[in-house]
Design a protein around this ligand. Structure first.
Ligand code: ZN
Length: 659
């Protein structure tokens, strides 16, 4: 359930962007088409050239009442110019185009790190007349970006900061490319696939010996880990996935964390975690660590209990004694699933029949329509791949088009292999600018499990945050909120899939779909809390590792991981490299992974308002206006306070954790 936010900044160039079909029905620009590397390179050069001219114009502009609007115009230009390329490098079907976009992305990173040290623009930003609190917050947010870029540092340190930031961008790109292009496949005989649903492997390619070749993408990986009776098969799949980034990525992650440490040093911080957290809700690593310790204290018992149950299930299945039975990391999903099936007789696979992918998408959109007073209308559009689809989001009451949504549902070679949303464009009420979000997941064409439906709602939550933002400035739009808040709106919605009233909406978008039987959902609800101790213990572990790694003076990602994991109940497995695939850490979530748990506290608090009715249009629209609509133009704690009528607290979260 990863959410990826583009942290860098964007284009649409005359002559290069092929017009989309029915472009007039899209409120924003058509998606730019890149058919070969030459088009990418030409668009890149043209966009960067235009951006540089605009910087000069901004530097020369008198600092008067219109300055903040001009600054925001520039931001909007960057979104339209740079973001499509940053996105295309993750989803384009043609490797040549992806690689050209990746090279272009580095040129943009160089542009951004130069711009963020532009003292003239920074001074003007701080001096620009502010009409109200929204203007003041824009200045505070944007000045922070310049300051983090090193604008206020003395010359030598400033140069060093730019070099480090450019280096980090490049290393992060290589890290992600290694995963995207790994193309890992694992060969299994039919016997080894015993227990795995045939739909997962029967149509797969086979090698010369007739073995089935399965990728490590989610539609293959998850069902195999949950249902392959052969422990050796599970182990091979698990090892293939966990080693995907390889030693190359371990080295890259070490370089990235070292560069971050040096960067923090330039600002007088002795570690990157404190440097990075100072503008977030948590404010510093000590607060984040104290929060994590609190979480840990409440899940430690549950984790051990879960583990002993897994061991008992394994001993029973294999007919071994409890004391001689060891649970391995490749056993956990399998035995947890067995317990879930036996104890709660719930089978995630059973949901696929009820949740065909396209209908599931329409259902999820219908939930948002009902709740937030909007309409989604599918429109024809030329996008990056024939599987991708476009929707216009409009206000239900006025019919006014508000936004565009792109959706890319299925896995394919070279595509980003997790679930994420790219906010491609932010809205700005001052110029009637509409927003665009792209939702990217990797679902099985046979249908979704309930867990995957949760993922869909989660990602849609990010898209809605972008799409329904109604801020004055694009540069404060949608998901440009504090990073330890950004997951909250998405996490809040995950719970919606367990509600019968909500699931009934499926009949409105798919009259021929069989409704999920009440009994099946009841079982899923009963099973929901099962394994919570282990799940939260793992999240806690990831977050603690991330903070520890970014607090170290000489970071050694693999050694630290092995040491910390060795101390966990399941221990560390030699020759495995989890950090090599931990893209959050290499990218924008470095020292920020705790934000998933931190946001969850807020999500559960927000969810309380929907307790009586998860489809209440009154509460939904209040939420849309007070929280989503405000994007980053008010600080996150204030948004939450205005919606709840009080400050947020962790009661709902901790009650749920120990339930
Ligand atoms: Zn997310």
């Amino acid at each position: 359930m990863k959410h990826k936010q583009i942290l860098a900044t964007l284009f649409l160039l005359p002559g290069l962007a092929a017009p989309a079909l029915a472009a007039s029905s899209l409120p924003g620009p058509a998606f730019p088409q890149f058919n070969n590397a030459a088009q990418v390179n030409a668009a890149c050069t043209l966009g960067l050239g235009a951006a540089k001219q605009r910087v000069v114009a901004l530097e020369r502009r008198p600092v008067n009442a219109g300055w903040l609007a001009a600054f925001d115009d520039f931001y909007a230009f960057l979104e339209d110019t740079q973001y499509p390329l940053e996105f295309v490098l993750n989803v384009h079907p043609d490797a040549v185009v992806r690689e050209a976009a990746q090279a272009c992305s580095l040129r943009w990173a160089d542009f951004s790190s130069t711009f963020e040290q532009n003292a003239a623009v920074y001074r003007a930003l701080k001096k620009a007349p502010q009409a109200d609190a929204i203007d003041a917050e824009l200045v505070r947010l944007s000045a922070g970006v310049f300051e983090d870029g090193g604008v206020a540092l003395p010359k030598l340190k400033r140069q060093r900061a730019k070099a480090l930031l450019d280096q980090i961008s490049e290393l992060d790109q290589r890290f992600n490319k290694n995963i995207r292009d790994a193309g890992t496949v694992v060969a299994f005989t039919e016997a080894e696939l015993s227990g795995v649903p045939g739909g997962v492997w029967k149509a797969a390619k086979r090698d010369a010996e007739g073995r089935y070749l399965l990728g490590v993408d989610y539609p293959s990986y998850l069902p195999l880990m949950q249902s392959a009776d052969d422990a050796g098969a599970r182990e091979r799949m698990w090892r293939a996935k966990i080693n995907e980034g390889g030693d190359a990525n371990l080295a890259l992650l070490a370089d990235i964390t070292r560069a971050r440490h040096q960067l923090a040093g330039l600002f007088g911080f002795d570690n990157y975690a404190d440097f990075n957290l100072r503008r977030k809700m948590a404010k510093n690593a000590a607060t984040a660590n104290a929060f994590l310790a609190d979480v840990k204290s409440r899940v430690v018992e549950g984790e051990l209990k879960d583990l002993s149950e897994l061991r008992a299930a394994k001993a029973q299945q294999l007919g071994t004694s409890l004391s001689s039975t060891t649970v391995n990391r490749w056993d956990t999903s399998y035995y947890a699933e067995r317990i879930r099936r036996e104890r709660f007789s719930v089978d995630q696979e059973a949901f696929r029949t009820y949740f065909p992918p396209q209908e599931s998408l329409l259902f999820a959109l219908r939930v948002i329509e009902q709740l937030m007073g909007v309409r989604y209308t599918p429109v024809a559009a030329d996008l990056w791949h024939p599987d991708a689809q476009a929707f216009v989001v409009s206000d239900a009451a006025t019919g006014k088009p508000l936004a565009q949504l792109y959706v890319d549902l299925y896995p394919r070679a070279g595509k980003y292999n997790h679930a994420a949303v790219w906010p491609l464009r932010s809205s700005a009420t001052r110029i009637g600018r509409t927003s665009t979000a792209a939702l990217v997941v990797n679902f099985d064409r046979r249908g979704l499990t309930l867990d995957e439906m949760e993922t869909l709602l989660h990602e849609l939550g990010h898209a809605v945050h972008n799409n329904l933002s109604s801020t004055r400035y694009a540069s404060a739009g949608g998901t440009r909120v504090m990073q330890d808040f950004v997951e909250a709106p998405s996490q809040m919605l995950e719970d919606w899939v367990y509600d019968k009233q909500v699931l009934k909406l499926m009949a409105e978008v798919c009259p021929t779909c069989q409704p999920v039987p009440d009994a099946l959902l009841d079982k899923a609800v009963a099973a929901k809390d099962y394994g919570k101790g282990s799940r939260f213990a793992r999240q806690h572990f990831f977050a603690s590792y991330d903070l520890a790694l970014h607090a170290a003076a000489v970071p050694d990602p693999m050694a630290l991981w092995a040491r910390m994991e060795e101390a966990s109940p399941l221990g560390h497995v030699k020759e495995t490299r989890f950090p090599a695939g931990f893209a959050h850490l290499a990218g924008g979530y470095g020292a920020g992974y705790y934000g998933y748990l931190w946001s969850l506290v807020l999500a559960m608090d927000l969810r309380g308002e929907f307790k009586a009715d998860k489809l209440s249009p009154a509460v939904g629209q209040r939420y849309r206006n007070i929280v989503l609509g405000q994007g980053g133009q008010k600080p996150a704690p204030l948004l939450v306070r205005e919606f709840l009528g009080r400050d947020s607290n962790s009661k709902a979260f901790f009650d749920d954790l120990t339930r």
